[in-house]
Design a protein around this ligand. Sequence first.
Ligand code: APR
Length: 173
Amino acid sequence: MRQRLAVIGGDITQLDVDVIVNAANESLLGGGGVDGAIHRAAGPQLLAECRILGGCATGSAKLTAGHNLKAKWVVHAVGPVWHGGTKNEDALLAGCYTTALALARGKAARSIAFPAISTGVYRFPLERATRIAISTVLADLAANALPERVAFACFGAEALAVYNAVIEDLLRA
Ligand code: APR
């Protein structure tokens, strides 16, 4: 199972994978952070396509084309804002990962890259979010042959260290 996971430092928009996942908001009309980076790299046609999607509920995700990105598709996942853990944040975050994987499978995608959804502007604690991300992905991969490979794109040394530590911890268990 470990060979199906990769932890990669750097900008998700540069990854040559079939699907990259965006950390979007419910409007799907762009923003800062990784949302801004993906829209800048994909070009204005991405926003044009997002406009007709009618938004997306927190804890879910919607798929668009990748436009000028190397990736064929973008899955726009809407993570929860952290409110202290009393507003079903863990389940909503897990829902982003399961929905994104199902959407990618629907396109027979073989590779997908995730950012650390909700851990920036939405202030979800990094280690807790990482445990949810990796355990959710591991459960999905155990039950499905596709996608073959899942990359976690870590933007900065802290996320890189936490993702590597949590993967080792969960795979040792
Ligand atoms: N590549 C990979 N990861 C990135 C990139 C990038 N180019 N830019 C930022 N990140 C990382 C951040 O460091 C953080 O770890 O993505 C993670 C998610 O942070 P945010 O982008 O702030 O997303 P989130 O916390 O889910 O907040 C979503 O922010 O940008 C707005 O429109 C977005 O309203 C939404 C909110």
